[in-house]
Design a protein around this ligand. Structure first.
Ligand code: ARG
Length: 477
């Protein structure tokens, strides 16, 4: 909340707003004005607002709509305001200004006089807020892309460093088949790579310029929309002025991309929480990424992983919030659309913070290779390979499955692992077993033999690492 926004007492009706005062004889109470204001959160777009206004003013001068002197006064005034905001010297006053657009224009006009009053020629706050939001969405997308590349790099580095470490792979949270830790880490690499693509696509959707649409219908002034679009770094102007001021699809795209990314982070954190438990012991989180307990001196808690998992609800909530906001809005601009910014900022900030936390956790945690190897011998994960061994000797797979099922059942009752069985013991189930069966039961062999493209075999994972390196290089190019 703005520090100027604290009074809870209803104010008497104020003087009509100078920006539209002509038609009005009274204004909403201070309380109601604050309810309608977006300044407390849209002041975050001050840079975009000033950049957009400078481009608009320069274009107006170029088209002969305002004089070169006025455009210059506007530019200088806006630069001065930008410096003050940057230095924290600018006072935002929600009791005077509803939003960032009015705040900057009011102060500009107080300072430079009539030239300031010409800035808004051929422009509406509808296309102004739209262009600011397109620009900040683009900036947030760029930050997200950088952070996604960062977490992908760490996953790739750790997958390379841990190459050869074997761990249990699970389905239904039950031990299934052993895999390389590198393979498991790379699975997340690909998830974040898809997030990267989704964010890049959302950025491309945001990269069209609504400025010049004015309120909804375009304007009678000879605006050069291509000029402002290009000056502001957009690919092109939005084709339809009504669509330009009412479209929020690009924000939905971006918040959707944020939601999927946060869900990926949540799944990763869920695993880190399990893996760092005493029962699993697959990973030790770095002290600097863990917290203790105020009562239990022994505790080392993966708080940050839990918090990232917990924050997924709010990002998904941000997506729902904006979907519902847009759902009921007829063309073109409706004040409902002011509700677009908080979900955008919240989703992007939450994902950026979560990416920062997870990148740090992944970079600094210690993987417990011995414990992972030991666990790979628990849970009878060699059973598939023992059945495949019998298949290699000519037994149909269904029969082999039944034989090995019996062996596992007996081992469970006896409390021994498959690797502890002697050849004679194996032969009591099937004459097809011989000494070679122990090779089939060797955990490293089991992994190594999975040579199919995208499988966990050492060669396949080596190829995958090379592919991942290429993909990341293309993303960062
Ligand atoms: N603060 C408004 C928003 O963020 C700016 C646009 C207002 N336009 C209007 N006609 N009320 O949506």
């Amino acid at each position: 909340m703005d520090e100027n926004n604290e009074s809870k007492v209803a104010q008497p009706a104020a003087e009509p707003k100078p920006l539209w005062g002509g038609r009005f004889s009274a204004a909403p109470t201070g309380e109601l004005e604050r309810f309608g204001a977006s300044l407390p959160f849209d002041k975050r777009m001050w840079k975009q607002d000033i950049r957009g206004s400078k481009a608009h003013a320069a274009m107006l001068a170029h088209q002969g709509v305002i004089s070169a002197e006025d455009a210059e006064a506007i530019r200088a005034g806006l630069d001065e305001i930008a410096g003050e905001i940057e230095r924290g010297e600018f006072t935002f006053d929600v009791d005077r200004d509803e939003d960032i657009h009015m705040a900057i224009e009011r102060v500009l006009t107080e300072r430079i006089g009539p030239a300031g009053g010409r800035l808004h020629t051929g422009r509406s706050r509808n296309d102004q807020t739209a262009v600011d939001t397109h620009m900040i969405a683009r900036d947030l997308a760029d930050e997200l892309l950088g952070s996604l590349e960062g977490i992908q790099q760490v996953l790739l580095d750790r997958a390379e460093e841990q190459f050869g470490v074997v761990m249990p792979g699970y389905t239904h949270m039950q031990p299934a088949q052993p895999v390389l830790l590198s393979h498991h880490l790379l699975a997340y690499f690909w998830m974040f790579s898809r997030d990267h693509k989704r964010v890049a696509d959302a950025r491309a959707a945001a990269n069209k310029c609504p400025l010049g649409a004015a309120a909804l219908a375009g304007t009678t002034y000879p605006l050069d929309r291509a000029m402002t679009a290009s000056e502001l770094g957009f690919d092109e102007p939005v084709a339809n002025s009504m669509d330009a001021v009412s479209d929020r699809d690009y924000l939905l795209d971006l918040i959707y991309a944020c939601s999927v990314c946060q869900i990926h982070l949540s799944r990763l954190c869920e695993e880190l929480v399990w893996w760092s438990s005493a029962e699993f012991g697959f990973v030790e989180m770095d002290d600097a990424h863990s917290t203790g307990s105020s009562i239990m001196p022994q505790k080392k808690n993966p708080d940050f992983a839990e918090l990232v998992r917990g924050k997924s609800g709010r990002v998904v909530g941000d997506l729902m919030s904006l979907l519902v906001t847009v759902k009921g809005t007829p063309l073109t601009y409706d004040k409902d659309l002011q509700e677009d910014k908080e979900p955008l900022f919240d989703a992007a900030d939450t994902v950026l913070g979560s990416l920062m936390a997870c990148t740090g956790m992944l970079a600094t945690c210690t993987f417990k290779a011995d414990r992972m190897r030991e666990a790979s011998h628990e849970g009878y994960m060699a059973a598939t390979d023992l059945a495949d061994y019998l298949v290699g000797k000519g037994l149909p797979f269904r029969q082999a499955h039944a034989v090995v099922g019996r062996i596992v059942g007996d081992c469970v009752r006896e409390g021994v692992t498959l690797q502890q069985l002697t050849t004679d013991e194996l032969r009591s189930y099937s004459e097809l077993f011989d000494d070679g069966a122990h090779e089939a039961l060797d955990i490293d062999n089991i992994v190594r033999r999975r040579t199919t493209l995208g499988g966990t075999g050492h060669d396949a994972v080596r190829a995958q690492l090379a592919q991942a390196r290429d993909v990341l290089a293309a993303e960062t190019a």
